[in-house]
Design a protein around this ligand. Structure first.
Ligand SMILES: [Zn+2]
Ligand SMILES: [Zn+2]
Length: 234
């Protein structure tokens, strides 16, 4: 640990992303007793988006409809109450250090997929410029940085842009979400068949990832995969 980091840890002690208490070991990313508490997404998983499905199902409802624009993807944890409150603190209440744990978890558990997908470049799901300024950082960009560093994959933040504010999507149904996301993304240069890995914090219906993937494909991308920390429960 660098001297600067040590001083910062005294002024702003790092907290555990699970119990939110100050970490006894300031070099750790999580308390040892908390590390196993977030629930991993286990088999059976949707063969396309990796969400949990019932034993007899190959695909989730949305993927079975066959309209996905992304090639495939997966998420690490279930988006339950524990992860909701952890991500809330990470995104809005200054617990940026939680991103170090999240990024490490994503790099570790998605290792098999990343090796198989062989992405040429990572794009974090962008925030609109104004939103990023208000929030102070893009939570997905931070995670992308961690995964990119762990796997030696370049991270590009200036090619896939969010050009239209979409507001909160929470209260919209899938059709409205899709409509709301139309033209929300913009790609600044041709992608010439590149394999792209999109990184975001949460995959719910997948409408955001789908909208981004559609724009990337239109710009010439080859395969478009995604990796998110959490996934919604159907
Ligand atoms: Zn803890
Ligand atoms: Zn699916």
């Amino acid at each position: 640990m660098k001297i600067g980091e040590k001083v910062l840890n005294i002024l702003y002690p790092r907290c555990c992303p699970v119990c939110h208490r100050i970490l006894k070991d300031q070099n750790a990313l999580v308390c040892p007793e908390c590390a196993g508490k977030p629930r991993l997404v286990r088999e059976p998983r949707c063969m396309k988006c990796g969400r949990p499905v019932k034993e007899e199902e190959e695909y989730c409802r949305e993927c079975a409809a066959g309209k996905r624009k992304f090639t495939g993807g997966r998420s690490i944890y279930l988006y339950d109450e524990l992860m909701k409150s952890s991500l809330l603190k990470y995104k809005y209440f200054g617990r940026r250090e939680y991103g170090d744990f999240f990024g490490a978890v994503m790099s570790h558990y998605a290792g098999e997929e990343i090796r198989r997908w062989k992405p040429d470049v990572i794009f974090p799901i962008p925030l609109h410029k104004k939103k990023k300024r208000v929030r102070g950082f893009n939570q997905s960009e931070y995670l992308a940085g961690k995964v990119g560093k762990a796997w030696g994959i370049p991270v590009e933040t200036e090619i896939l842009l969010k050009v239209k504010k979409t507001g909160s999507q929470k209260k919209l149904d899938a059709a409205c979400r899709r409509k709301n996301l139309e033209k929300a993304f913009f790609v600044t240069e041709p992608l010439n068949g590149l394999t792209i890995l999109l990184i975001d914090d949460v995959f719910t219906t997948g409408s955001t990832i789908d909208a981004a993937a559609a724009v990337l494909r239109a710009a010439g991308a080859g395969k478009v995969y995604f990796l998110t920390l959490c996934t919604g429960i159907q």
